[in-house]
Design a protein around this ligand. Sequence first.
Ligand code: AMP
Ligand code: MG
Length: 351
Amino acid sequence: MNTIIKKTTENDAFQVASEILQKGGLVAFPTETVYGLGGNALDPSASERIYKAKGRPSDNPLIVHIADKADVAQLAAEIPPIAERLMDRFWPGPMTIIFKKKDIVPKETTGGLDTVAIRMPSHPDAARLIRESGVYIAAPSANASGRPSPSTAAHVAEDLTGRIDMILDGGPVDIGIESSIIDVTGEVPVILRPGFITKKDFEEIVGKVTIDPAIMKPDPNLRPKAPGMKYTHYAPKGSLTIIEDELSPQLVTGNVISTINRLITDAAAEGKKAAVLTTAENRRHYHAENIILLGETASGEEVAKHLYSALRECDEIGAEVIYSESFSRGELGGAIMNRLLKAAGQKVIFV
Ligand code: AMP
Ligand code: MG
């Protein structure tokens, strides 16, 4: 299959993309979180194509993207008052809500579940594509399954060229990690995936909110309620380990730095190519040849934005072992560490 790539500024970009979606084809497009791989959410064969293009297990449901809040009523069987409040506050934006689904939403789109995940993105290109095509767009992240999510059109092209009809290139995304997912089908709302909108943000609007206990500390006895959270995700090809100071997990202490430097020396002695994940402010502490930066400082916004491209860079340089500082600081720390720990297959050295 020939994959058309068009910048969103090209005159016919949205028209071509809309026609592809209307015919059941697949278009990758920018959103404010990461690039999505879109197909018609109400067309079961389009959803099947999405799974196939990504190599994604078919029990891992897709998120349905809409351009108007009123469209929720077409897809959700019930809209609890809590959901209304969340939608008023956080849509359009990086929040996905889980509702009981209407029959019109095929099980192929929801991975066999009776619930549907819905999001109204704030990215103007995403909103325009949904409106112009007149299609509710089912879209997971536009990466090959298991690879880091794409924050640029080039990342999408790396993974999916020849496997999808079109890539709409709207430049690098803004946030860099996937939406927060919140389930409102029970008594108390539950966060199924941490993201840019935090527990504290949610609680300011709707009071008590819990976090699915299966997601932060993996436990074989707990099954995450967002099926995607059980898969190894985001992983670079090399072996990634996080180094954290047990007594000051928020800080990059001398202990963290000396441990990482020792590990780099060990790797060199074994002839292994090593890389360090850090920030511009700390880079001078390390003697590694390959230093990959997650931004100027360790602020959540900076690190979230650069996390996935940094993991892809590890692959590009062929890093065999990768050592990362811990980034649990601040409000976004939980969402970042959730992704980083998965990328590391939960390998942490506490010093
Ligand atoms: P992605 O955008 O690639 O992260 O994929 C969408 C994510 O949304 C998946 O990982 C799913 O786990 C989650 N998701 C989608 N629909 C549902 C649902 N009905 N219930 C729980 N989680 C869902
Ligand atoms: Mg994904």
